[in-house]
Design a protein around this ligand. Structure first.
Ligand code: IMP
Length: 178
């Protein structure tokens, strides 16, 4: 399955399964080293980060907890247009070391919104772990602590990422063929 069709678009494999596994393990090892003794709470952002989170956490060896949030889009009344609300966070994060686990940072606006929301609940510190980053599209100044892959601007799917809800289940990452 090196080339697939999802709805109206063709995609080809850009990051194979073995390469993903290797880099996810590397990221987990970096977290194990850097956050040892900090008792982190991982906050995974659904839906996209489900597969990354699952594989990442299997390699985390330090004591930690994990929770899941969703970002619900709604049309804001302000001129900013779409606003994303964080739902599902029931833990008290005051004084905690937080690791946000995301699938992809594109413009960074989603992550910025998440940081703002979590910041109001007085965590000790917030780290970011993202499977993918599109550095050329970043619009905001973000310190992304743990990154598996920096990738070009093209649209991708698989390994948790979707196109119109499809293809999240694929074990490889695919890039759109123009
Ligand atoms: P940002 O707010 O622009 O950083 O967008 C982040 C969100 O956009 C991610 O959590 C994804 O859900 C989605 N996204 C961005 N780029 C892609 C892509 O190439 N494929 C699938 N989803 C993407």
């Amino acid at each position: 399955m090196d080339r697939i069709r999802v709805k109206d678009k063709e995609f080809e494999v850009s990051i194979p399964e073995e390469k993903i596994a290797k880099e996810v393990e590397r990221v987990a090892n970096e977290i194990n080293t850097e956050l040892a003794g900090k008792d982190p709470l991982f906050i995974s952002v659904l839906n996209g980060a489900f597969m990354f989170t699952s594989d990442l956490m299997k390699h985390i060896t330090i004591p930690c907890q994990i929770s899941f949030v969703k970002l619900a889009s709604y049309q804001g009344v302000a001129s900013t247009g779409k606003v994303k609300e964080v739902i599902g966070l029931n833990e008290d994060i005051a004084g905690r070391t937080i690791v946000i686990v995301e699938d992809i940072v594109d413009t960074g606006l989603t992550m910025q919104r998440l940081l703002e929301t979590l910041g109001t609940r007085n965590p000790k510190e917030i780290y970011i772990a993202s499977l993918l980053v599109k550095p050329e599209k970043l619009k905001v100044d973000l310190d992304i602590n743990f990154i598996a892959f920096n990738i070009p601007n093209d649209f991708i799917l698989g390994y948790g990422l979707d196109y119109d809800g499809y293809a999240r289940n694929l074990r490889q990452i695919y890039t759109v063929v123009e």
